[in-house]
Write a protein that binds this ligand. Sequence first.
Ligand SMILES: [Zn+2]
Length: 246
Amino acid sequence: MVSKTIDMMKKDLPLEPGSLLLSGHVKTGLVLVDIVNGFCTVGAGNLAPRQPDKQISHMLDESVKLARMFCDKKWPVFAFLDSHHPDIPEPPYPPHCIIGTEEAELVPGYCTIFVASLSTCLYKKIAAYVRAHQRKGCIDGFLGSVDKDGSNVFILVVGICTDLCVLDFVCSTLSARNLHFLAPLEDVIVYSHGCATYDLPVHVADTIQGALAHPQDLMHHIGLFMAKGRGAKVVSEVSFGAVKEP
Ligand SMILES: [Zn+2]
């Protein structure tokens, strides 16, 4: 039933994703949206997957690969970490990613590869910057956390959730760009395989009072389509020109 719906939707809402070749001739920054335990690590919290999740695992693999490449080349990497004060709820979501908890930290596997691929100095710099500046509430990371970023001509976005925080960041950034707040930013690019969203099928949502159904594949596609509709470029391939894959 769901796959039939997805097939129909893909036909009616075609993404036609492109590919992106990063050659280093233009400045590109990588934005990691909320790749934290509370959204990605099985059993880590109210909004974490209850069981291994293929889409989320794939997102992690792809985003780690990209982050490693960007770090090796010393290109900018910016990581949002969803985090909340315990006394400020954010309905309709249950408590999650409370500041100071493991939920609000980058996923361990991600950090391990980060550490392995980065110089200690660069890792510390990123980690310190994350701690100092990039804590944010749900929904709108750009408005909540970014002061100004005029250094990148392109921004490549990966993370979770495709239809929530990733989309909101994309929309805000495009809006700021259109108002000339982010010159010389030209494009915001979303890597489809580097994004994921959570799964709450309707038959499960029906058993939880107040829960809103959130079928993963449908909402992932809709998130990407909405991003495209707002002016982002959606790509399904990212490659590096004249650079060996790690
Ligand atoms: Zn949140």
